[in-house]
Each structure stands twice: as C-alpha cells, then as structure tokens.
Design a protein around this ligand. Structure first.
Ligand code: HEC
Length: 195
C-alpha cells in the first residue's frame, strides 16, 4: 500500500496545523462498503417487509406474555376470606404498607380523607361490607378519580389493603373529612362509637 503521494502535505494550514493527503486504508473502505451492501438486507429482514416479527410485534408479544403470567386480581372476594386477612397481623401490616404507598396521597395516611373520602367512618358511598370495599378498590370509581387497582396491585396486596381499610373503621383520626354516603348497617366491622 505504500504510495509516494502518502506523505504529501496538503496546501492548507489551520492555525499551524497541516495534514497529509492520506487515503483511508483499504481494509477500512472494504468494511465500509460491506456495511452499505448489508443495508438492504438489514432493512428488509426484520419488521413489516420480511422475516421476523419486528420490534413492535415483539414488544406486544412480551406485554401479552407478561399479562398472561400475572392475571389481574379477582374482581370480587368473599367476606370470609377478607375477614380472615383482617385477623392476620402480618397480612394487615402488609396492607398498611400498601396503603401508605398507594392510597395515602388521596385518602390521607390515617385514612381520614383528602381527595378521596374518609375511610374511617361508618358511611360508605359504595358499600361497607368487606366484599364491597374490596370491589371498589379492585375496579375503582374511574369517573370520580378513584383508580382501579386490580392490575396495579398483586392479588394478595389487594386483599391486604382491603382488610387494612376495614381495620380503619372507627379510628376517628383528627380533622377527618365529613362522612359521605350512607351508613352501611350490613358492614362487618363494628361501627365506631357515637355513629
Ligand atoms: C388519585 C386519588 C386516589 C387514590 C390514589 C386512591 N383513591 Fe380511593 N377513592 C378516591 C376517590 C376520589 C374516591 C371517591 C369515589 C366516589 O366518590 O365515588 C375513592 C373511594 C374509595 C373507596 C370507597 C369509599 C366509599 O365511601 O365507598 C375506597 C374503599 C377506597 N377509595 C380505597 C382506596 C385504596 C385502598 C387505595 C389504594 C390502594 C385508594 N383508594 C387510592 C381517590 C383515590
């Protein structure tokens, strides 16, 4: 590859810096041309025109597989199961953590209510039986700004947080929001004194 022009200085001079008129090495150029030849194959191979599912379809398949592996929490739960969770200290503690992390922003850390209603009184907009509370949390009340948690929380977490909400009843935190809804006399947890 020795070339007598190789060390020929070019005429220009940038702030004292001069350069040689060296061509790109042959091996470099061949790799460069090879990448250009590869482009049409690469363009056609994945994606909509040719073989393979392409990035979008792969992403959608991954999402579908993930959702299949993690089915949403059941929409309904019987009272007995939820009362059993209510009586389990460890599960209730887990529920408290789920509540602090996900619910306190709207219902206040002590459940006294903020954007969302007071969860500590005996009145319920959507029913105060364990099953009804669970259902409200699972499906949410989207029109009123209560998110649906069936796909966000794990099935166990949903049960635990529902039981934790049940345990808040009658805790009478200071400056709680006024009661909304109706007193549900079928609610399983005991009504707070004075209500
Ligand atoms: C973005 C705000 C927001 C978050 C976060 C939120 N909620 Fe709510 N929640 C609301 C609103 C608003 C309502 C009232 C819906 C209505 O008026 O029908 C509500 C209602 C409820 C009710 C029904 C109360 C009743 O009187 O029937 C329960 C139970 C409840 N939320 C539990 C939870 C739990 C548990 C979490 C966390 C997993 C949670 N919420 C997170 C806003 C929120």
């Amino acid at each position: 590859m020795a070339n007598k022009d190789e060390d020929r200085l070019l005429a220009h001079d940038y702030d004292g810096i001069q350069e040689y008129d060296n061509p790109m090495p042959r091996w470099w150029l061949w790799i460069f041309y090879a990448t250009i030849l590869f482009v049409p194959f690469y363009y056609v191979a994945p994606g909509f025109m040719g073989e393979g599912p392409g990035m979008v379809a792969e992403y959608e398949a991954d999402v579908a597989a993930h959702q299949a592996a993690q089915p949403p929490a059941p929409a309904a739960m019987d009272d007995a199961t939820l009362l059993a969770v209510l009586n389990d200290k460890d599960e209730l503690q887990e529920g408290a953590e789920v509540f602090t992390k996900n619910c306190a922003a709207c219902h206040r850390a002590d459940g006294g209510g903020l954007i969302g209603p007071n969860l500590t009184d005996a009145a319920w907009i959507h029913g105060g039986t364990p099953g009804a509370i669970y259902q409200t949390i699972s499906a949410g009340v989207l029109a009123k700004g209560m998110p649906a948690w069936d796909r966000i929380l794990k099935p166990d977490e949903l049960k635990e947080v529902a039981a934790y909400v049940m345990s808040l009843k009658g805790t009478n935190p200071p400056q709680a929001k006024a009661a909304e809804g109706t007193v549900d006399s079928t609610a399983a947890a005991p009504a707070p004194p004075g209500n």
